[in-house]
Design a protein around this ligand. Structure first.
Ligand code: UDP
Ligand code: MG
Length: 322
């Protein structure tokens, strides 16, 4: 029998965890050929999530707890879960029942067919706000257009099924600051996609506000592709050509005396153009410095060799059985 660890990153999820286990207990016994356990990663929750996890650990024999020393974020929490897994397969999903439990059996069917990476794909974004739906559509179009091919599968997030060799390959990547949405397609392997409809959160609140979503999007772009780094040189070449042409034309007009036939005063126009040029130039420069700063941030994070998460303690199900 193949083993599957279900990794649940949890930040302030005390209200949803009981619902999750109530739902999962109805589905898992019907799946044949696989045995399941859970890796509950407590990502520095401030509510009673850890107490709820420890209660589950006492009551059941399929619970592992990875307690992080503070809040590190969803990706570090998932990475801590992956690092502590030993099973043949893992499934990473939200603890809030947004990722339907019924998908677990579909993912296992794909594992049985020999797939290493199973990507649950959101067929629609009906349960999202209009803002989230439109910004996500723009984000996927933009990131994939940068590379000119689909590097990020659209509408696939951290809800995934992975085989042991895919997990091991991802964990062997040298980067410190892991963004699993970039790293899973990077390692490749036999991959498939299954459509699903994302549910509404069963209880509690989303941990992603607009600021966090924007930062997450910037992180994905800057760690996924270097294409934006070419933007300043391309824009520089185009602007230099444009302004050189404009300057030559102005000189020609000046010396040929064309300005004298104008019926309005040229000076306010020149002043306006100079000011507009300064503002535009400063904005473009700040934008380009911002792009460089995003990449510099990645260099700093990945070279200073700090851990991206710290573990307080791990409870393993085997320790309990002893
Ligand atoms: N999460 C986490 N650490 C964080 C933020 C989120 O472990 O700092 C977990 C959270 O508890 C949930 C999952 O990551 O199980 C996804 O978060 P959420 O449901 O808030 O995101 P959304 O589904 O709204 O995008
Ligand atoms: Mg969620």
């Amino acid at each position: 029998m193949k083993t599957v660890s279900i990794i649940l990153p949890c930040y302030n999820e005390e209200t949803v965890l009981p619902y999750y286990f109530e739902a999962v207990d109805k589905v898992l016994p019907t799946i044949e050929g696989f045995s399941f356990d859970f890796i509950l990663v407590n990502d520095g929750s401030k509510d009673k999530t850890l107490e709820t996890m420890e209660k589950l650990y006492q009551e059941r024999n399929d619970i592992n707890i990875v307690n992080l020393s503070r809040n590190f974020g969803q990706n570090p929490a998932l990475t801590a879960g992956l690092a502590s897994s030993k099973s043949d397969y893992v499934i990473m999903m939200d603890a809030d029942l947004q990722d339907p439990i019924t998908m677990i059996s579909k993912i296992c069917d794909k594992f049985a067919q020999g797939y290493d990476v199973v990507n649950p794909h959101r067929a629609s974004r009906k349960t999202d706000t209009r803002f989230k739906r439109n910004s996500a559509a723009f984000f996927y179009r933009f990131t994939n257009s940068l590379e000119g091919k689909e590097v990020l599968p659209s509408n696939v997030n951290c809800f995934r099924g992975l085989s042991r060799r895919a997990v091991d390959r991802i964990m062997a990547l040298p980067e410190k600051d892991r963004l699993l949405v970039n790293e899973i397609p990077l390692v490749g392997f036999k991959t498939c996609q299954i459509d699903f409809e994302r549910e509404k959160r069963r209880a509690g609140k989303s941990k992603y506000n607009v600021k966090k979503m924007v930062n997450y999007a910037f992180d994905i772009i800057s760690s996924g592709t270097t294409k934006p780094l070419y933007l300043p040189i391309k824009a520089g070449a185009i602007l230099t050509a444009f302004f050189s042409f404009a300057f030559v034309m102005l000189l020609l007009f000046y010396f040929l005396g064309h300005f004298q036939v104008l019926t309005f005063d040229i000076q306010p126009l020149v002043l306006f153009l100079i000011l507009a040029g300064i503002f535009l130039g400063v904005s473009i420069l700040l934008f380009f410095i911002g792009i460089l700063a995003l990449y510099l941030h990645n260099v700093v994070i990945n070279t200073r060799d700090r851990p991206t998460y710290c573990i307080d303690y791990i409870f393993r199900k085997e320790d309990k059985e002893k």
